[in-house]
Design a protein around this ligand. Structure first.
Ligand code: ATP
Length: 422
C-alpha cells in the first residue's frame, strides 16, 4: 500500500527511537507524519503524486541516504528530500544538494530549523501536485482517450509542466501532434507568448526560419515536418538552441514534429543528428489510433456529439454493428480521419461500410431521383451549416469544386448568406 495523501512528512531513520522523536516533534507542530525504519520499505510507499516531503537520515545500514535520494529522484525528480547528515559533514551535504536534495540539516537537529525547512518545501510540493492534477484534467479535456497509452502520455505532459525545454513530438499524421504541442505551450511561462506554426518544407532558406523565430520570440515555434527543413537551417537551429542553453536565456521554445520516429529520420539523413540529440531531452510519442483501440468509440462519440451540437441536430443512434466497423478499421489517417468520419455521420453519410449508406430502406418511398435530390440538398445544407456558409471550406469538405458547388446550390435554391453565423 502506498502512502496516503494526508501524510505530509515521511521520516526515514533506521533508529526507531530517533524516528519516533522526530515524529513527536513534528506532530506537536501540526504535521501529519509517518515513520519508516527500513529505507527499502519506505521507497515502496512513495509514488509520484504524493504531496509530501521526505526526511531521511544519511547513515543507515543496508541503504544510505544518498541511495535513498537517488531512488526517490528517479521516481519523481521534484519530490523534496531533506537529508540529515552528521555534524560537520559539509562535503556530503554539498554532494547531496548537487544530486537533487531539497536541503540538509546537521545533527544534532534543531527543531526550529527542521520546521522552517518544512514550511518552505511542503506548501510548494502541495501546490505542484495540485497544479499537475489540474493540468492532467485540462489535458484530458483536450487530448481525449482513456487507453493506457494516452493516460501515460497525459502523465508525461503533466510532469513536463512549467518546464520550458525544447521538445520533439513524434507520431503519425493526424494523431494529435499539433494538439499536444499547443498543450505543452499553454502550460509553461512561454504560454503567454505567441504560438507560431512553421512547416519544415516551407523553409527554403535559413532566413525563413530566422524570421519565424523572430515572430515566436517569448513564445513557442512549432515546426511540423522538421526533417523536411533544409540541412543548413537545421544546423543553424541547433546552434541557436545550444547558444540559448549556454546563456541560460530562453527566447524561443522549439516544439518540433516528426512523422514516424526521429531515429528513422536520422538514419535517412533527413534529420541532423546533433539536432535530434538536443531535442530528444524532452520527447513525446503519440501512438497511432490503431494501437489505442479503446479510444476509438469514445472519440467517435465525442466528435459526433460536437458536430450535432454545431448543426443543432439530435445525436443519431450508432448501432453496434457500426461501432464494430469503426473498431475494425485501421485508421491510417488517425484521429483526423475519425473526426471526418464522425462529422459525415452527423450529416447522414455513413462511411466505412463499403456501401456508403444514405437513407434507410424503409424511407425509400419516393422515386430514386427525388430521393437523391433530397439527399444532395440535405448534405449541402448541413455542410453550409457546419462551416457557417464558408464556400471554400464547404467545397473542400464535400470534395467538389467551388463552381460545381455553386451550381448545385442554385439548383436547390440555397444561399450561403442564410448560413453565416451571427
Ligand atoms: N486525443 C484527442 N482528443 C481529442 N481530439 C483530438 C485528439 N487527437 C487529435 N484530436 C483532434 O484531431 C484533429 C487532428 O489533430 P492534430 O492536428 O493535432 O493532429 P496532427 O498529428 O498534428 O496531424 P496533422 O499534422 O495532420 O495536422 C484535431 O481536430 C484535434 O483536435
Amino acid at each position: 500500500m502506498t502512502i496516503s495523501d494526508n501524510i505530509e512528512v515521511l521520516i526515514i531513520d533506521d533508529d526507531q527511537d530517533v524516528a519516533d522523536a522526530y515524529q513527536h516533534l513534528l506532530e506537536v507542530a501540526g504535521y501529519q507524519t509517518r515513520t519508516a525504519t527500513d529505507p527499502l520499505q519506505a521507497l515502496t510507499l512513495l509514488h509520484k503524486e504524493w504531496p509530501g516531503v521526505v526526511i531521511t537520515d544519511m547513515y543507515m545500514p543496508g541503504m544510505n541516504g544518498k541511495e535513498v535520494l537517488h531512488r526517490i529522484k528517479s521516481l519523481d525528480s521534484t519530490l523534496p528530500v531533506i537529508l540529515i547528515t552528521g555534524h560537520g559533514d559539509i562535503p556530503m551535504a554539498v554532494d547531496a544538494l548537487q544530486n537533487g536534495a531539497a536541503d540538509f540539516l546537521q545533527k544534532p537537529l534543531q527543531p526550529a530549523e527542521l520546521i522552517t525547512l518544512l514550511d518552505k518545501h511542503l506548501p510548494k510540493r502541495k501546490q505542484l501536485i495540485e497544479h499537475r492534477k489540474r493540468l492532467r484534467q485540462t489535458a484530458s479535456d483536450v487530448l481525449l482517450g482513456d487507453s493506457p497509452l494516452i493516460v501515460k502520455l497525459r502523465h508525461q505532459i503533466a510532469a513536463a509542466e512549467n518546464n520550458d525545454k525544447d521538445a520533439l513530438i513524434e507520431g503519425e499524421a493526424g494523431t494529435g501532434r499539433h494538439t499536444l504541442a499547443r498543450l505543452l505551450h499553454a502550460h509553461t511561462k512561454m504560454g503567454k507568448g505567441p504560438f507560431i506554426k512553421l512547416c519544415g518544407n516551407k523553409v527554403q532558406r535559413t532566413s525563413d526560419l530566422q524570421r519565424a523565430m523572430l515572430n515566436a520570440r517569448e513564445g513557442s515555434l512549432c515546426i511540423s515536418n522538421l526533417p523536411a527543413m533544409p540541412t543548413d537551417a537545421q544546423h543553424w537551429l541547433c546552434r541557436f538552441l545550444l547558444e540559448q542553453e549556454r546563456l541560460a536565456k530562453r527566447e524561443v521554445r522549439v516544439l518540433a514534429l516528426v512523422e514516424g520516429t526521429a531515429e528513422q529520420a536520422v538514419e535517412k539523413e533527413t534529420l541532423v543528428p546533433e539536432l535530434f540529440y538536443f531535442l530528444s531531452q524532452a520527447r513525446f510519442v503519440i501512438p497511432p489510433l490503431r494501437q489505442r483501440a479503446s479510444d476509438i468509440t469514445l472519440l467517435f462519440r465525442y466528435f459526433l456529439e460536437a458536430s450535432c451540437q454545431k448543426l443543432n441536430k439530435p445525436v443519431p443512434v450508432v448501432d453496434k454493428a457500426y461501432i464494430n466497423t469503426l473498431n475494425r478499421h485501421t485508421w491510417e489517417g488517425n484521429v483526423l480521419e475519425l473526426r471526418n468520419v464522425a462529422e459525415l455521420y452527423a450529416i447522414g453519410i455513413v462511411k466505412l461500410t463499403g456501401q456508403e449508406r444514405t437513407k434507410s430502406l424503409d424511407q425509400m418511398s419516393s422515386p430514386l431521383d427525388d430521393l437523391i435530390d433530397d439527399y444532395e440538398k440535405q448534405v449541402i445544407e448541413d455542410a453550409l451549416y457546419l462551416f457557417g456558409g464558408r464556400i471554400n471550406e464547404v467545397s473542400t469538405y464535400l470534395q467538389i469544386p467551388r463552381k460545381k458547388l455553386y451550381l448545385r446550390m442554385k439548383k436547390h435554391n440555397l444561399d450561403k448568406a442564410d448560413y453565416k453565423a451571427g
